[in-house]
Ligand binder design. Structure first.
Ligand code: ZN
Length: 66
């Protein structure tokens, strides 16, 4: 089995662990209402995804034929 030959120093270990940080979530623009939204998610503002209304929202109360 492969084994590390030498133990890494504390500083080397800590440098590795210091390398991750929080990232801001990605943002994309909804083509329907131009609001920022999460990519690959239904827009929370207008409820549209892929050009169709998926979820009902309070803002728009239009009757859509199914
Ligand atoms: Zn939208």
């Amino acid at each position: 089995m492969a084994n590390p030959k030498r133990r890494h120093s504390k500083s080397r270990r800590d440098k590795r662990r210091a390398n991750w940080k929080l990232d801001a979530p990605g943002l994309s623009i909804c083509p329907q209402c131009k609001e920022p939204k999460l990519p690959h998610r239904v827009c929370l503002k207008c409820g549209y995804y892929n050009g169709k209304q998926i979820i009902k929202t309070k803002e728009k109360k239009e009757k859509k034929a199914k």
